[in-house]
Design a protein. Sequence first.
Lengths: 251, 251
Amino acid sequence: MSLELYHGGPGANSLKVLLTMAEKGIDYVDHKIDLHNFEQHSPEFVKINPRGQVPALVHDGKVITESTVICEYLDAIFPDQVPLRPKDEYWRAQMRIWTKFVDEYFCWCVSTLGWEMLGKTFMRQMNEAEFEAHVAKVPTHEQQVKWRTARKGFPQDVLDEERRKIRYSVGKLEIDLAQRRWLAGDEYSLADICTYAIAVSVPRMQPDIMNDEDTPRAMEWLRAVEARPAVQKTIADAPWRQPQPARAVNA
Amino acid sequence: MSLELYHGGPGANSLKVLLTMAEKGIDYVDHKIDLHNFEQHSPEFVKINPRGQVPALVHDGKVITESTVICEYLDAIFPDQVPLRPKDEYWRAQMRIWTKFVDEYFCWCVSTLGWEMLGKTFMRQMNEAEFEAHVAKVPTHEQQVKWRTARKGFPQDVLDEERRKIRYSVGKLEIDLAQRRWLAGDEYSLADICTYAIAVSVPRMQPDIMNDEDTPRAMEWLRAVEARPAVQKTIADAPWRQPQPARAVNA
């Protein structure tokens, strides 16, 4: 069996799949895509995922995209190695409601604020021609619009609205974690992995929204996730864990 | 076993679950929620789904929300009655990529144009106080904003962008259906059900985008879905099939 993973390193959507791989102890061929050099838009990678987005899994020549779908796929084809989906169908449904919420809501507001930071820094350091040459290679219309908006700077009302959504999302974590240890019941699951991959940046980037005083359960959960050996190993060398934080590109 | 379904009739997200129930021949207690009288925001229903959205499934007292999650749940707990998820995990992943695309992209652009129509008609027939009394009962902030925007009318650039997204979505159907009979392989699946529930309104509402000349495969697929006895039965009395089309509320 051949299993190859294209990913952007331990952050955002790529982190979901890296954590799933590590937790289940799956061997794979590792292809790190250099997001800061726009390798995700290179002709070679666009052949694998025409949307130019990481992560992408290639299993015996067949491509699977979309991080959450990849995680469920890996859990299905390696069912015996640390199951990451609740056996009980009710809790499995709750797991999917969480991963769906993350993909449809939480990841977008966190992502916009990440892009705002990128726009303010390295995007504005490029001249117009250089920047547009990069944008021209972005395969999806929506991402092109996002790049251009990020370079100009998002309007303040958009940023305020995204912060409101992050606050709502962290509040939702706080509510669910008052009732149970993990997000989809008594066992650690893909709900925790997929939510952690997005939530992990919030205390660092929006410390007034997610912190020990206001959201103690969410913070405790974050630490419980990070205490897991598979998570420790996966995030050990993450740029955002280094003393000098580097820029992270959110999908 | 007790199985109760709260739904808004055969349209949009409710239609996904009604089609799944019919296809699998599942018996359930039917609770039709009158969306035109805002029954989804009534205290009784908000107790079941605090987001005030249909559909919602109650299985032995446990509530499951989110139409796509409900469909997978039903297929999991009734695995032998007309399986609606491909057995092969690669195709099951492709099924999830489609349902995800519908939930994150396709349904929203179709929904906005539906709301635009609602806004122009019955929302503007209410006076301000009456309208705001209804909006006050809408449990989610995002839906409140959508109601108010719909009443004012969406800006033309928003409507144009939504039409561009519908065109992109139908184009994606056309591409996939050039390669296979159903959206997730050789068998009819939840990918078809969930996409049909949203796509069905497009030829009627945006005939210049989806029609026999420009998108023949998508139209042929739509008819193939509708030829299924379970679909026939489910949509037989749908208001949108009657000579005098009624208004449909998209989630």
